[in-house]
Design a protein around this ligand. Structure first.
Ligand SMILES: Nc1nc2c(ncn2[C@@H]2O[C@H](COP(=O)(O)OP(=O)(O)O[C@H]3O[C@H](CO)[C@@H](O)[C@H](O)[C@@H]3O)[C@@H](O)[C@H]2O)c(=O)[nH]1
Length: 240
């Protein structure tokens, strides 16, 4: 996976971070990792610094002062990766809900199969989610259908957070104008990619709920997604 970097946003992921970094590096001798940590009180960032000795010039850490949301962590990471001229830029959770073994499939969709954005999708063939409580599966599945309906995007998993972008996509989208921070951030990135007519390909994956640490999902994140999608669609109609 030459020219590829995986951005891993972290907040209190001390129980997962070492294993997930090692699992990513085991996929390829060329892949790089950027961790964007929000000064986690459990010292996730310190752990990453210690691991940098094992992965010189391949493992990077950006530390922000405080918890500021997943969306802004990714925007911070995107800017860093664009400046460093990586060709393929991944989004991946730290908690193994996204399986690092699927990284090559996402890379291949962009590198060999002509996609500009590939999405590790839970809903291409039914519902491929393991260990999530039924309420969360339903929320996520219904949210994806709702977003598809409102936006018109032909994507099954619109809130997916396991994504590979070609750099050109992130250079084309105006990152200053991305305003959502939670699930809605994932929807907004896909919508802007779709509006710019980039080629999007969904790659089926199995999403497995974390066994260590805690989800940062909150009520605010859900309502941001519900109302944000409508305002995003309405704005797009006026800016055509
Ligand atoms: N730096 C930083 N990282 C964060 C923050 N909030 C969450 N993260 C990191 O972002 C990743 C995902 O966070 P979770 O809290 O585990 O997310 P989730 O609820 O399981 O949501 C996942 O599924 C959603 C769709 O169902 C996705 O929309 C979402 O992006 C994510 O992949 C983890 O690595 C977590 O540490 C934050 O404020 N700052």
């Amino acid at each position: 996976m030459i020219g590829a970097v995986v951005i891993i946003p972290t907040y209190n992921e001390i129980e997962n971070i070492e294993a997930v970094i090692r699992a990513v590096f085991s996929q390829s001798n060329y892949i790089h990792v950027l961790v964007v940590d929000d000064n986690s009180p459990d010292l996730t960032g310190k752990k990453v610094k210690a691991l940098q000795r094992d992965y010189t010039n391949r493992l990077f850490l950006e530390t922000r002062t405080k918890k500021s949301g997943l969306g802004t962590a990714y925007i911070h990471g995107f800017r860093w990766c664009i400046e460093k001229k990586y060709d393929y830029i991944f989004e991946m959770d730290a908690d193994f809900s996204h399986n690092p073994n699927d990284l090559p499939k996402l890379y291949q969709a962009c590198h060999n199969d002509g996609a500009d954005m590939s999405i590790g999708s839970r809903y291409v063939t039914g519902v491929n989610v393991v260990n999530w409580p039924m309420g969360r599966v339903l929320l996520s599945y219904v949210a994806s259908k709702y977003v598809r309906l409102i936006t018109g995007m032909k994507i099954h998993d619109t809130t997916a957070g396991f994504v590979c972008y070609k750099r050109i996509v992130l250079e084309t989208i105006n990152l200053d104008k991305i305003k959502f921070i939670g699930y809605a951030f994932q929807i907004e990135m896909k919508f802007k990619t779709y509006l710019k007519k980039f080629k999007i390909k969904e790659v089926p994956v199995i999403f497995t709920d974390r066994t260590k640490g805690e989800s940062k999902l909150s009520g605010g994140i859900i309502s941001e997604a519900i109302f944000g999608v409508i305002s995003m669609k309405v704005k797009s109609l006026f800016t055509k």
